[in-house]
Design a binder for this molecule. Structure first.
Ligand code: B12
Ligand code: SF4
Length: 620
């Protein structure tokens, strides 16, 4: 299910709303000595190609944005802990400023859910009277907020609230809680009162539980789809978040100081930077257009240039990755941003013009930009990730074809920009075909010939929040287990074949490995160095090294799975994972984030039943 759309003209915040909220909080902050730890959940079992370097060496923008928002609002005692760097971090043992923090925030992608739940579970070991207010957020809760609450009476853990939105939602929640807080009362107790008085119900983008006496969630109240900030210049500056990072360690506890500015670049040499959000295409397996309520949201060119320059000056960051879904989506804006960045780079003293960046685009839009790729190079773009998916457009059509892909790659290479293809493998695509370009290896070969220095091949896998999601599960495509090994959430990353009707799915698994092996190997590495075909040979050989290292990790992770697939005994899911806890909107209507089939609870009235005994009915 795609996220539902808000009413027309009500999907976006009014201009200035986020700025005004930040200002109001800054006025409130001096009266509240609030300490916060923001954790980024990361499951190290997901370490494999094609993300092997970026996964640890690029501090995620989501937790940094949340940290920046808190500091900007005046809450300086904030620390960001990345499980990427702090595997053993235990919230039950965290102390900040000498005390248990007032708030514990967890951010997670879907594939890191197991770690997200483990963090929350551990935080719940802190006795309730001392426990921080636990808030979950990020791409996991945006689509599946129910998963951060336990419904098991024998194991009652859970966040206090899930945020299904961005900075504005979190800051609105904080404003309400602080308005309700009496003196230095524990933040969590002010939260519980605000919740019980219904004060949170007016903030779209929250899901909170009503619990029974034992603390078990009996129903979830969903305040609806968030309103989105349209002018991204209103968001707090990303430089603030970089000052909050916990230094890497093996300890369960936190260091006394955050990572010093001079060590930031070494640990996270790539800076991920929000520039735009959204995409005009409408691929049925992709949740991005509906998440953005079909809007394309951007920062101004000046703001992007200022951010890059400030991060360069403050932390020495030279390499950036734009978190765009499709940077070339709006041609005029992209040109304006690139022209501004080019001027900003030119203003730097000669030896300092080394700011470089890359981002995601589509083949179709790259061709539309063919006259501006020199400008792109001048703006510092050195690599573009292109969603080629299937060059023959058999799987999905978004303006790509073999010829167009080759043309786009050629143009990028001419302008010394690395074309980084992203392919999607699927049941009907053979490993090799004769006389056509349909086979996976045929396409990999073409892409290599067209100058690709890196490769991404992922098996098509159901994505939460996409149109095809429920249908994919209901059709029995998705596995529950293979040869007795259950499919766990960390495996739903496209690297494992976990959704297929192929009679020999192990072949699909091996095909992905074969594609990588064909692309990354010692022979190619030597050729890239000795007989370079392109002026980008240093990038090419470097990426070969990272690719071979990543391939070893990928082999270690996915070969055993291929073996299980080959042994058969595959069991399939017959339905999608939905909430087992009843959900509803505050007024009793169906919850915006609930998948069809989620039980619905009756609202509690003054005379009505206790929510824990509320009658539940199936939705749809
Ligand atoms: C950059 C990126 C990557 C980088 C990440 C590197 C890094 N360390 O940052 C790389 C290339 C490695 C990557 C890999 C993958 N990615 Co990726 N990636 C993105 C991308 C394009 C940008 C992420 C980002 O920085 N966004 C900007 C920040 C500011 O947004 P945000 O993280 O959503 O955070 C905001 C809110 O969510 C919220 N928030 C976040 N955390 C919290 C916490 C709290 C408490 C609160 C209140 C709020 C909150 O506030 C933030 C500010 O607005 C997104 C799409 C997108 N445009 O967001 C996909 C995305 C995150 N990736 C996704 C996926 C699926 C993957 C992969 C599994 C590959 C795949 N199959 O597509 C792998 C996983 C690799 C791994 N082992 O982790 C999905 C996640 C879906 C989900 N439901 O979890 C996304 C959302 C794309 C999509 N399909 O919609 N990815
Ligand atoms: S082009 Fe990419 S971002 Fe746009 S809808 Fe398709 S998959 Fe999603």
């Amino acid at each position: 299910m795609e996220l539902p759309f808000r009413a027309k003209d009500d999907g976006l915040l009014k201009n200035g709303e986020l700025v005004a909220l930040r200002k109001r909080l800054r006025n409130m902050a001096p009266a509240h000595d609030v300490t916060t730890v923001v954790a980024c959940a990361f499951d190290h079992r997901t370490r494999a190609l094609p993300f092997i370097y970026a996964d640890l060496r690029m501090a995620p923008a989501g937790v940094r944005a949340v940290g920046s928002a808190l500091v900007d609002a005046g809450f300086h005692k904030t620390r960001i802990v990345l499980q990427q760097w702090n595997k053993n971090f235990a919230p039950s043992q965290m102390r900040l400023d000498g005390r248990i923090p007032d708030m514990f925030l967890v951010s997670s992608m879907q594939i890191h859910s197991a770690q997200c739940q483990a963090l929350i579970r551990d935080a719940c070991r802190i006795p309730p009277e001392q426990r921080p207010l636990i808030i979950a957020g990020g791409p996991k809760t945006i689509y599946e907020p129910w998963d951060v609450f336990s419904a098991d009476p024998d194991d009652p853990w859970g966040a206090d609230i899930a945020v299904t939105g961005e900075e504005y939602v979190l800051l609105s929640l904080l404003e309400v809680i602080l308005s309700e807080r009496a003196g230095s009362e524990p933040l969590r107790s002010a939260f519980l009162r605000a919740r019980d008085r219904g004060l949170l119900d007016e903030i779209p983008g929250l899901v909170y539980p009503r619990t029974d006496a034992d603390g078990v969630a009996c129903e979830l109240i969903d305040t609806g789809i968030q309103r989105l900030v349209s002018d991204l210049d209103e968001t707090p500056h990303p430089a603030l978040g970089y000052r909050l990072l916990e230094p890497p360690s093996r300890h369960a506890t936190l260091a006394s100081q955050a990572l010093p500015a001079e060590r930031v670049r070494k640990l996270t040499p790539i800076g991920s930077l929000v520039m735009t959000f959204g995409c005009k295409f409408n691929c049925p397996y992709c949740p991005i257009p509906s998440y953005n309520q079909r809007n394309f949201r951007t920062k101004s060119a000046d703001r992007i240039a200022e951010e890059m320059m400030r991060l360069y000056h403050d932390f020495g960051l030279r390499y950036y990755f734009g978190t765009d879904d499709n940077f070339f989506n709006d041609k005029a804006r992209a040109i304006h941003i690139m022209a501004t960045l080019m001027r900003a780079r030119e203003k730097l003293p000669k030896g300092h013009r080394r700011i470089r960046w890359g981002t995601e685009v589509t083949i179709h839009d790259t061709l539309q930009m063919k006259d501006y790729l020199g400008l792109a190079r001048g703006a510092g773009i050195r690599a573009l990730w292109l969603g080629v998916e299937d060059m023959t457009a058999t799987l999905v059509k978004k303006g790509q074809s073999v010829d167009k892909t080759a043309e786009a790659f050629g143009l990028l290479r001419q302008n010394l920009i690395c074309p980084m293809p992203m392919l999607m493998h699927h049941d009907t695509q053979p490993l090799v075909t004769r006389g056509t370009h349909y086979g996976l290896l045929n396409q990999v070969r073409l892409l290599r010939k067209a100058g690709a220095p890196s490769l991404q091949v992922l098996m098509i896998t159901p994505a939460t929040g996409s149109r095809l999601y429920e249908q994919t599960y209901n059709s029995g495509l998705v596995y529950a287990s293979a040869d007795g090994r259950p499919v766990e959430t960390y495996m739903i990353d496209g690297n494992y074949v976990v959704a297929s009707h192929h009679e020999k799915p192990w072949r699909k698994q091996l095909s992905i490995l074969a594609a990588y092996l064909y692309f990354y190997n010692p022979l190619r590495f030597l050729k890239a160095l000795v007989r370079p075909k392109t002026r980008l040979y240093l990038a090419d050989s470097g990426l070969q090294v990272i690719g071979m290292w990543g391939l070893l990790k990928t082999l270690r992770r996915t070969l055993p799975w291929a073996w299980r697939l080959a042994r058969g005994r595959i069991t399939r899911r017959d339905t999608y994972p939905a909430s087992s806890i009843p959900m509803r909107a505050p007024d009793g209507t169906p919850a915006a984030h609930a998948l069809p089939g989620t039980p619905v609870s009756e609202p509690v009235t003054a005379q009505g039943p206790d929510s824990s005994q509320a009658e539940t009915t199936a939705r749809h």
